[in-house]
Write a protein that binds this ligand. Structure first.
Ligand code: 4AD
Ligand code: MG
Length: 501
């Protein structure tokens, strides 16, 4: 260990000086008398140049022997990168091989997702994963800053609970000294008790759902942020959710330029995340879904996918023809492009399979049903920013929702749907305050009254209007990063059929 080693992230500040670095070899390239070592240390990556002419034999042999993911100590001068402005590189003068890695399984070539998921403990070292997890960290910091600045108190809800919050079908049951208990689905009910004690609180904890479906939006263990506020109504709740999301996106755009670039994230959709978000009642959203406008939008989508697919196939053919006689460095770039094209073609193919079905189900959507993932996707395509849908049919929402005084069929719930097809990232609403109503709701949902006696107390002793919501951290990170699956947004995802590693 070298305590004087500097972190790669801060390397710019050392331009012109000699420093030591310690980290792992991400990539290595050789060229007459030179080695280009890409070193990563967790904070960033830097190209380190070893020149045979300028170093002694020992240093040169470290460069020669080092394999991918070997641990290295390097010393050298920090100089401007010859081609990339604002980037520095290290001209190596000293090197030590700290630990030789042999046969690292994840190579720069493309691997299948299952292969990578089985090696998630190593996959975390890849540049894309690094970027996603750094953005996750930035989002977490924003969340705390946002609420702390507004006088909210962070409180922890229990993880082991005696009752369901969000329906009984996704409960993980455990044996709690001979009695059943459950892993919490949401901290909300305890959050309400804490809000009655501290006014404005937020929880930030793991939540669990025994989701039996394999989708790109579902984990069985995920992190939820749940603000709960006394003396808040539905409108105030929506205002808060809007400010909250604007803040998160703003901070990521400001602080995570490198990470977003590493992910190839399009910035325009994030830059358009500005107030106000369109707010639609459930009924308005249903009208929109059934409209000719939706049919046209989906038809346009199909047409543009077909066009893009045809263009990509032409490019693929062009690459196939020229690849054989291209120079080596060009070939590497073409190979990378080939992988990109194949990936995009798969996406297009999947969408061309899906969209016609979505077209049919949008047209046939009936008032009263809950929106499915694809309905949400279609709705978001109409807008350039997140949308808020409020006043859902009470029948599709949880037992604790307050009814709309204007229309008893409706609950004062709201969901925030992220744009670009991502769909629900927030669910919440105004809570029922009336004891007798809540008791009837608990019965109607087939829940045991005894388990909720403590919750009923909140309505017996100083019941006040209150509201809150839950933001799914991983779904939010997935959208902000522009990922096509939620599994990469958490270090060790838990999903149907996966608890390893
Ligand atoms: O909409 P949900 O079920 O709402 C609640 O749990 C409320 N009790 C929250 C509250 O009002 N305090 O879940 C909230 C959010 C969803 O919008 C979604 O972002 C996320 O949690 N979520 C999931 N994320 C990943 N995997 C799953 N299986 C998820 N289920 C919900
Ligand atoms: Mg929900």
């Amino acid at each position: 260990m070298d305590r004087s080693a500097v972190s790669i992230e801060a390397l710019q500040e050392y331009a012109g000086t000699t420093v030591a670095l310690q980290g792992w070899l991400q990539n290595k390239r050789a060229s007459k008398g030179l080695y280009f070592l890409v070193l990563r240390d967790g904070s960033g990556t830097v190209q380190c140049v070893v020149s045979q002419k300028e170093v002694d034999h020992e240093v040169w042999s470290v460069a020669m022997e080092a394999t991918q993911e070997s641990a290295l100590w390097l010393k050298g001068t920090v100089v401007p990168h010859p081609r990339h402005q604002g980037v520095v590189e290290l001209h190596v003068t000293g090197a030590r091989l700290l630990s030789l890695a042999q046969g690292y399984p994840i190579t720069p070539k493309a691997h299948g997702v299952e292969f990578l998921m089985d090696r998630r403990h190593l996959w975390l070292r890849s540049r894309r994963q690094w970027a996603v997890l750094r953005i996750r960290n930035r989002v977490i910091m924003s969340i705390h800053e946002f609420y702390q600045e507004r006088g909210f108190v962070q409180m922890d809800a229990p993880i082991l609970t005696g009752s369901a919050v969000e329906g009984t079908s996704t409960l993980f049951e455990i044996d709690y000294f001979g009695s059943p208990a459950y892993l919490t689905q949401s901290g909300q009910l305890h959050g309400e008790a804490m809000a009655m004690a501290l006014g404005k609180i937020y929880t930030f904890g793991p939540t669990f759902r025994a989701e039996k479906s394999k989708t790109r939006r579902h984990l069985t263990e995920f992190w939820m942020i749940e603000p709960e506020m006394a003396f808040y109504d539905l409108d105030m709740n929506m205002d808060l959710a809007e400010d909250f999301i604007v803040r998160i996106v703003h901070d990521v755009l400001r602080d995570c330029e490198t990470e977003l670039e590493a992910l190839g994230r399009k910035l325009t959709p994030l830059q358009s995340v500005q107030k106000p978000f369109p707010r639609l009642s459930y009924s308005e959203a249903v009208d929109l879904l059934q409209s000719a406008k939706t049919q046209d939008l989906l038809q346009d989508r199909i047409d543009s996918m077909r066009q893009e697919g045809a263009a990509l196939k032409a490019e693929q053919e062009q690459i196939r023809k020229t690849l054989g006689h291209a120079k080596k460095w060009k070939r590497r770039r073409m190979d990378a492009r080939k992988i990109e094209i194949n990936h995009r073609l798969d996406e297009i193919e999947e969408e061309l399979r899906n969209v016609p079905q979505w077209q049919a189900s949008a047209a046939a959507f009936e008032w009263g049903r809950d929106f499915g993932g694809s309905d949400e996707t279609v709705l978001t395509w109409h807008f350039d920013r997140p949308i808020i849908i409020h006043r859902y049919p009470a029948a599709v929402k949880a037992f604790y929702m307050k009814r709309d005084p204007e229309d008893d069929r409706l609950a004062l719930g709201m969901d925030v749907l992220a744009p670009e097809g991502y769909g629900e990232i927030i669910g919440g609403g105004e809570r029922a305050t009336d004891l007798a109503f809540l008791q009837r709701q608990v019965d109607a949902h087939g829940l045991p009254r005894e388990a909720f006696e403590w919750y009923f107390d909140l309505r017996r002793y100083g019941s006040v209007p209150h509201a809150g919501f839950g933001l799914g951290l991983e779904r939010t990170v997935s959208w902000v990063c522009g990922l096509d699956h939620i599994r990469e947004t958490i270090p060790f995802p838990r999903m149907l059929g996966r608890v390893y590693p």
